[in-house]
Design a protein around this ligand. Structure first.
Ligand code: DHB
Ligand code: FE
Length: 289
């Protein structure tokens, strides 16, 4: 049987990808940020999963405003890094896991969440930057990510966007789907995007450390309370792009349930850093006990 053993939560700022690709990680601006992921890169090596379900948002790259799925699961064998205007990032092609992805689609749709099935999609910084932060730059003689990835795209760009509550329940459905897959796989689920940031309008540059840190506290200890936060509070408190944080609830919902076990998850790593471009960077690693 497949099982979810851990979840990773991280921001996805595109400038982080550029800093990595241009060899700027040791510069004074970036060094403290990358320092926060040193533990995580070692943890990835020590806890290498068989598959990652990577919850992220597309930024009008694969899906234009012509067609906007709320929840979309990648069932393809491969995904190319997207060209976001400066050429594709020099990172490996993402290998998918079509068998597990198709099983999750089957199970989750039968649990009444209507996923869009995506057989071809390029993946932007929303997916490649978290992989780079957690896995580092793959070596030239083995230019590949450490394991297959199932991209799971959520619309947080064009309103209406899904609620945190819906995302949390979807995570619970994904957990049941994984646990009913008839192959012995160690699965990680990642929730990405956020934390507070606003890229537009009079409040551009907004950062809210108090909101972000309360969110991290509660996501660990009382995720059902975080799931109850209405979308207007994310926008008001964490900025228009802070709404990306609802994606973290999918990963958190897929972890063991507090209702079934009083201390179901172990915090392995917590990191928070400002500034990184226009965004407050938050990062957690949780393991199922
Ligand atoms: C930035 C952050 C994002 O989430 C994004 O998608 C684009 C830019 C930024 O901080 O610059
Ligand atoms: Fe973003």
């Amino acid at each position: 049987m497949a099982r979810i053993t851990a979840s990773v939560f991280t921001s996805h700022v595109p400038a982080i990808g550029a800093a990595l690709d241009l060899g700027k990680t040791a510069e004074p601006y970036w060094q403290p940020l990358f320092q926060g992921y040193e533990f995580s890169k070692q943890w990835m090596k020590d806890n290498k999963p068989d598959v990652i379900i990577l919850v992220f948002n597309d930024h009008a790259t694969a899906f234009s405003l012509d067609m906007i799925p709320t929840f979309a699961i990648g069932t393809a064998a491969q995904y190319q890094p997207a060209d976001e205007g400066w050429g594709p990032r020099p990172v490996p092609v993402v290998q998918g896991h079509p068998a597990l992805a198709a099983h999750i689609a089957q199970s989750v749709i039968q649990q009444d969440f209507d996923l869009t099935i995506v057989n071809k999609m390029d993946v932007d910084h929303g997916l490649t930057v978290p992989l780079s932060l957690m896995c580092g730059q793959p070596p030239a003689d083995h230019f590949a990510w450490p394991c297959p990835v199932i991209p799971f795209a959520v619309n947080v760009v064009q309103y209406p966007v899904p609620s945190g509550q819906r995302c949390f329940k979807l995570g619970q459905a994904i957990r049941r789907a994984v646990e009913s897959f008839d192959e012995d796989l160690n699965v990680h689920i990642w929730g990405t995007g956020g934390m507070s940031h606003q890229l537009q309008g009079p409040r551009a540059g907004l950062i809210n450390r108090a909101f972000d840190n309360a969110f991290l506290d509660k996501l660990i200890a009382d995720p059902a309370a975080v799931a109850a936060i209405p979308h207007i509070d994310y926008v008001r408190e964490a900025g228009s792009e802070g709404i990306e944080l609802v994606m973290w609830l999918i990963a958190r919902g897929a972890m063991k349930d507090i209702a079934e076990n009083p201390s179901p998850v172990r915090l392995r790593h917590r990191f928070y850093h400002v500034p990184a471009s226009n965004t407050a960077v938050g990062h957690l690693i949780l393991e199922n006990t």
